[in-house]
Design a protein around this ligand. Structure first.
Ligand SMILES: C[S@@+](CC[C@H](N)C(=O)[O-])C[C@H]1O[C@@H](n2cnc3c(N)ncnc32)[C@H](O)[C@@H]1O
Length: 266
C-alpha cells in the first residue's frame, strides 16, 4: 500500500478540529440518504469514520474504505466504542478509492462525503474511481458525492497565498491549537491548488510546535462533474448546493450529486 497523505499528524487532530466537528449538516444529509436508498452502504474515503459510525448507529450496514492507515486506526477506535449491534454493522477496509474490488459485494448506496473525490487529481483516477463505483452498485442503487462549489477568484488571486487564521481550540488533553490556511501554489491549467493548513500547537508544558498539512486540491466545476458522471455511465437524479437540499446557486458552498447507473454505458 502506498503511503497516504493523511498518514500524518492530521489523523490525530482531525476529529477535534472545529472545522470537522462543526460539520453536522452533512451527517444528517447522509443519514437521510441512507434511509431513502437503504443499505448495504459503501463509503469511500471514510477517514476516521465520522459519517460511517453515524450511519451504523442509524441501523445501516456500512463498509468504510480509506487509503490512510492512521485515519482508519481512529475509525477502529470509534467502532470499538459503539454498541455491539452497531459495531457489527461496520466493516473497515484499507484501499484506494480509484482501484478497489470488494469481492462481488453490491451496495444500495455508495457515498463519498466531505470531498475525498477532490484528492483524485487527474481525470484517469476520477474515471477509475467512478468505474469501480459502478461495478459495486446494486441495480437501482445510488452514488452520492460532494465537492465544494468552486469560487474561481479564490482559485487564482495571490491574496489567498497569505496565511489566514481559521480557528482555535483546545484538545481534550489540554493542548491549545491554532489553525490557519494558505494557498502555496496555483496550478490553473490543472485545476489544482497546493494548499497548506498550518497547525500551531501549544502543549501543556508550554512547548510550541508548528505542523503543516500540505496537500494538492483538485477543484471541479458543475458541468464538468455532470459530464464525468455521464462518461462513466451515470445519470444525475438530483443535485444540491448545500446539505439542506437547496439548489446550486451562485453562492452555494457545495455541489452534491446524486446519481444512478444507467443500463448501457455510453
Ligand atoms: C477530508 S477527509 C474526509 C473523511 C470522511 N469522509 C469525513 O467525512 O470526515 C478525506 C479522506 O479521503 C481519504 N482519501 C484520499 N485519497 C484517497 C484514495 N485515493 N482512496 C481512499 N481514500 C482516500 C483520506 O485518507 C481522508 O481520510
Amino acid at each position: 500500500m502506498t503511503s497516504a497523505l493523511y498518514d500524518s499528524f492530521i489523523a490525530d487532530y482531525y476529529d477535534e478540529s472545529p472545522i470537522v466537528k462543526g460539520r453536522l449538516q452533512d451527517v444528517a444529509f447522509y443519514r437521510n440518504a441512507a434511509r431513502d436508498f437503504g443499505d448495504p452502504i459503501l463509503e469511500l474515503g471514510c477517514g476516521t469514520g465520522r459519517i460511517t459510525m453515524a450511519l451504523a448507529e442509524a441501523g445501516k450496514r456500512i463498509t468504510g474504505l480509506d487509503l490512510s492507515g492512521r485515519m482508519l486506526e481512529r475509525a477502529v477506535e470509534k467502532r470499538a466504542a459503539l454498541r455491539v449491534e452497531a459495531r457489527e454493522r461496520v466493516h473497515l477496509v484499507q484501499g484506494d478509492m480509484a482501484r478497489f474490488d470488494l469481492g462481488g459485494e453490491k451496495y444500495r448506496l455508495v457515498i463519498i462525503p466531505f470531498r475525498p473525490f477532490q484528492h483524485l487529481l487527474d481525470v484517469r483516477q476520477q474515471v477509475d474511481c467512478l468505474e469501480c463505483v459502478r461495478k459495486h452498485l446494486a441495480p437501482g442503487g445510488r452514488l452520492i458525492l460532494d465537492v465544494f462549489q468552486t469560487d474561481a477568484e479564490r482559485m487564482h488571486d495571490p491574496v489567498h497565498m497569505r496565511e489566514v487564521p481559521l480557528t482555535e481550540y483546545e484538545t481534550a488533553d489540554g493542548r491549545r491549537v491554532r489553525i490557519s490556511e494558505r494557498v502555496a501554489a496555483f496550478h490553473r491549467a490543472e485545476q489544482r491548488n497546493d494548499v497548506e493548513m498550518i497547525f500551531v500547537i501549544t502543549h501543556r508544558d508550554g512547548r510550541q510546535e508548528r505542523l503543516v498539512f500540505a496537500w494538492p486540491l483538485r477543484y471541479f466545476f458543475r458541468y464538468e462533474v455532470e459530464h464525468l458522471l455521464a462518461r462513466c455511465g451515470f445519470q444525475v437524479t438530483a443535485q444540491y448546493g448545500d446539505f439542506d437540499r437547496s439548489p446550486i446557486r451562485d453562492e452555494s458552498p457545495e455541489m452534491i450529486f446524486v446519481a444512478e447507473a444507467v443500463k448501457e454505458k455510453p
